[in-house]
Design a protein around this ligand. Structure first.
Ligand code: PHE
Length: 452
């Protein structure tokens, strides 16, 4: 096992916040949040999502940072070190497996974004009709060579960055790119809110129709909160393990949760007004993002340039998330197997690339292969990882931090001065009693083991 002294550390507090926010803000916010919201009927789903962020996501994020910082190890090592028995190590293993599965199909979507960057450089969106743009996306899905090629390109970028270490370069890039992404999103929101369908879009997103809340929708909303906040698989444990002793975890978690939720909601506010203005179905699924946004770009003055900048920034948001997924797998081999960073990044990266190929072929050659019910390989992996692996991982992390870590370790934190005392107490109470119960009820209800 590597010793503490070799461990890399974030250079600044803000560098850590940006890296954690960089992990959280990604395709989950802009691509996935709008489309799962669309598939589950809008406002009511958003409400359950927000509740999940507050009651489940935030407490677990603090717990993950804490476990990582206290152990200064990646998830498997962290649970081995703090947990005592070897059973807890399994939670770390579950995290490594989740990271492996998620990045394998995340990279395929990252590839679609890269394809869109190229399309915007070639100015293909300008002057295209809505149906032509829909056709472009379907064209990407149907082309196996292109899918696998862009998947390879995206994962190579992630491997390249992770191979270089948690460098200051990434921290610095994040500091420039995240605000830039915000700026462009604001511009797009203003544009969307001026669309004729704005009212309907906003109503869809914020007006809760409680008849739409099914157990499946609640499970999906909770899973989405885990996915979007990068929780339940140890990504935040790993990032927390590079943290200095003095950082205030509670504060960091508040900031990351707010930022991530804002980007998701803004993503929805950009997309739904367009959906309703152009009569597209909100329940279009994974293609929603790719079929709606170019429509706006094609109408905007300077649309070609804005499209290029936007997809480039989304690429960066996706990359900063992908590296945190890959880092969980890579740091396992570095910490536990004593592999060099170079060897670990290359070997795991190539294996993940191969494992991701069936997802890339799910929309063409393998489109008739159904794994779970009607779902193709891509959707099945996403469904299992997001809705089951992450919540189960998160549940165990909450139980571990709330019930098994000595109380001194959880409350003796730098941010826990007089002012924050009750905040820490409140957090620990929620983590011990409310978070695990809420996650368990949702999982059991979905599994049909309990019924309301
Ligand atoms: N949070 C990332 C996103 O929203 C995805 C992710 C999930 C990253 C789990 C790390 C761990 O795109």
């Amino acid at each position: 096992m590597n010793t503490d002294k070799k461990r890399e550390v974030w250079s600044t507090k803000i560098g850590f916040i940006f890296a954690a926010a960089g992990s959280a803000v990604g395709l989950g916010n802009m691509w996935k949040f709008p489309y799962v919201t669309g598939m589950h009927g809008g406002g009511a789903f958003v409400l359950v999502y927000l509740l999940s962020v507050i009651v489940i996501g935030f407490p677990i994020m603090v717990a993950e940072f804490m476990i990582g910082r206290n152990a200064r190890q990646s998830p498997v090592g962290a649970f081995a070190k703090l947990g005592g028995t070897r059973w807890w190590k399994l939670v770390g293993w579950l995290g490594v497996a989740s990271g492996f599965i998620i990045i394998s199909y995340y990279s395929v979507v990252g590839g679609w974004i890269l394809d869109y960057v190229v399309k915007s450089i070639l100015n293909q969106f300008q002057g295209s009709s809505v149906s032509q743009i829909e056709g472009m996306f379907d064209g990407i899905l149907k082309n196996p060579v292109r899918q696998v090629g862009y998947h390879a390109l995206f994962i190579s970028l992630a491997i390249y960055i992770v191979k270089g270490g948690v460098s200051r370069g990434i921290e610095r890039w994040n500091k420039i790119l995240m605000p830039a992404l915000f700026g462009i999103l604001l511009l797009l929101v203003i544009n969307s809110l001026l669309c004729p369908g704005a009212k309907e879009g906003i109503k869809f997103l914020f007006y809760p129709d409680f008849s739409k809340i099914t157990p499946a929708a609640v499970l999906e909303a909770m899973g989405q909160a885990f996915f979007s906040l990068s929780l339940g698989m140890g990504a935040m444990i790993t990032y927390g393990s590079y943290l200095g002793r003095k950082a205030d975890l509670m504060n960091a978690a508040v900031e990351v949760c707010i930022l991530d939720t804002m980007v998701a909601l803004i993503g929805g506010l950009v997309i739904f007004p367009i959906v309703f203005s152009y009569g597209l179905p909100p329940s279009a699924g994974p293609g929603l993002f790719f079929k709606t946004l170019p429509v706006v770009f094609s109408k905007l003055p300077w649309g070609g340039l804005i499209a290029f900048l936007f997809f480039l920034l989304v690429t960066f948001a996706a990359i900063t998330s992908a590296i945190s997924l890959l880092e969980v797998v890579v740091s396992y081999f570095i910490d536990e197997m004593n592999w060099s960073r170079k060897k670990a990044s290359l070997l795991t990266g190539i294996t993940i690339f191969i494992f991701g190929i069936p997802s890339a072929l799910s929309f063409n050659i393998l489109s008739n292969l159904a794994l779970l019910g009607e779902k193709n390989v891509f959707d099945s992996l996403d469904f299992v990882a997001t809705n089951y692996m992450l919540p189960i991982g998160g549940l165990l992390i909450a139980v571990f931090c709330g019930w098994f870590l000595p109380k001194k370790e959880t409350t003796d934190q730098p941010g826990n001065n007089g002012k924050n005392f009750y905040f820490y107490r409140g957090w620990l109470l929620v983590l011990k009693y409310i978070t695990p119960v809420a996650v368990s009820i949702i999982l059991l209800q979905k599994a049909g083991l309990i019924n309301f």
